[in-house]
Design a protein around this ligand. Sequence first.
Ligand SMILES: Cc1cc2nc3c(=O)[nH]c(=O)nc-3n(C[C@H](O)[C@H](O)[C@H](O)COP(=O)(O)OP(=O)(O)OC[C@H]3O[C@@H](n4cnc5c(N)ncnc54)[C@H](O)[C@@H]3O)c2cc1C
Length: 41
Amino acid sequence: MQSSVEKIFAGGDSVNSTADAISAIADGFKAIKGIEKYLLK
Ligand SMILES: Cc1cc2nc3c(=O)[nH]c(=O)nc-3n(C[C@H](O)[C@H](O)[C@H](O)COP(=O)(O)OP(=O)(O)OC[C@H]3O[C@@H](n4cnc5c(N)ncnc54)[C@H](O)[C@@H]3O)c2cc1C
């Protein structure tokens, strides 16, 4: 979920085409994992 700007992670309607709440929430969970990896590297 990391964007082309290293410190910015994105999800939900701004990056996916499904435009539903469940996808936005799932993106949040995915982004958390990515942010953790990024902070621990
Ligand atoms: C009328 C309507 C009905 C819907 N019904 C359903 C439904 O029944 N089931 C379903 O699953 N989905 C439904 N959806 C879709 C669902 O609401 C979205 O997919 C979901 O809210 C996306 O979440 P998000 O966090 O990506 O974006 P959003 O919920 O839009 O959150 C984005 C947030 O960013 C804020 N923001 C914007 N620009 C800036 C800025 N420059 N700086 C700071 N903050 C900013 C906004 O104020 C907002 O709080 C509906 C959508 C609409 C419009």
